[in-house]
Design a protein around this ligand. Structure first.
Ligand SMILES: [Fe+2]
Ligand SMILES: [Fe+2]
Length: 294
């Protein structure tokens, strides 16, 4: 998917104070564009009463339950994913507040759908941090304090997560063939596309220096995993990835995620999602089916 927002930020290589001021003013204008469009997902007219009248496969229920818990976890434990540098950055911080708010409504909307389908309500969070949360919180605070380009990593990482999420919801809508779920997910998708556009725009701005881009490319190639690892078990994420990205259409969708990221400075040829799925899920080999409910 192409990002929907194009940068108007002047390049900084002139090194003049006025160029920096122009760049900051342009960034704030872009930010206003995103923040002004932030609102809870519009659930008006969703046919909740029809949810249970259409068949839903166990795979769809399981995938949706997993995705709901990931959306919910984002909201419950924001401190593990926000760095102080990003929150206090005037061109990022206000967006992150809106982003978190919108993700919270996604979690509520998916929970409402599952309830309408007769599924037990998702368990409430016990307010406990996972081991991954603790490690990420410590690593984030240390790297954020020591490395002024940390928000560039945060934005590139976020762009990849949002593009993966966006594509996963699109695949789920197609595979479910459920009219109400398709309607709901089309509304979620509008938000996810905007989230991706913001992260992508910010990542592109912050990866202009080749040394920064090279380091962040290395970190993503080495450490990136799909969102949800550590919140759900790796086995569950493997199941969801196998269900959504198996087959020729799933493989093509995977490549579209990577193709979007390849357009970032320094990311030519990057294939983080395809690499992870090839290694962890193996759903494109004939020998290791991963999509059956066990
Ligand atoms: Fe979301
Ligand atoms: Fe999102």
């Amino acid at each position: 998917m192409h990002p929907t927002v194009h940068s108007k930020t002047p390049h900084l290589h002139k090194g003049t104070a006025s160029a920096v001021e122009d760049a900051q003013a342009a960034a704030l204008t872009q930010l206003d564009h995103f923040v002004a469009r932030s609102r809870p997902i519009d659930l008006d007219g969703i046919a909740w009463r029809q949810v249970a009248q259409e068949p839903l496969s166990p795979e769809v229920i399981r995938t949706l339950t997993c995705m709901q818990s990931i959306e919910n976890h984002t909201v419950v434990f924001p401190r593990t994913i926000f760095s102080t540098r990003a929150l206090t950055d005037p061109s990022i911080g206000p967006f992150l507040t809106c982003w978190l708010y919108e993700e919270g409504f996604h979690a509520r909307a998916l929970a409402q759908f599952l309830a309408a389908a007769g599924q037990a309500p998702p368990p409430r969070s016990k307010g406990q941090l996972t081991v991954k949360d603790r490690v990420e919180a410590i690593a984030t605070s240390i790297f954020s304090a020591l490395w002024r380009d940390f928000p560039a990593l945060h934005m590139a990482w976020g762009a990849l997560h949002e593009m993966t999420t966006l594509t996963a919801y699109r695949r789920l809508a197609a595979l479910s063939n459920h009219p109400v779920l398709t309607d709901l997910l089309s509304r979620v998708l509008r938000d996810e596309a905007r989230h991706f556009a913001f992260y992508y725009w910010q990542a592109r701005e912050r990866l202009q220096r080749p040394t920064t881009a090279k380091l962040i490319r290395f970190l993503i190639d080495r450490f990136w995993k799909p969102v949800g690892i550590g919140i759900q078990s790796t086995a569950e994420i493997r199941f969801v990835a196998g269900y959504l990205f198996s087959g020729a259409e799933g493989h093509a969708a995977t490549r579209r995620v990577d193709a979007a990221i390849q357009r970032l400075p320094g990311f030519t040829g990057a294939s983080p999602l395809e690499t992870w799925i090839s290694r962890e899920v193996k759903c494109w080999s004939n020998t290791e089916p991963t999509t059956s409910i066990s």
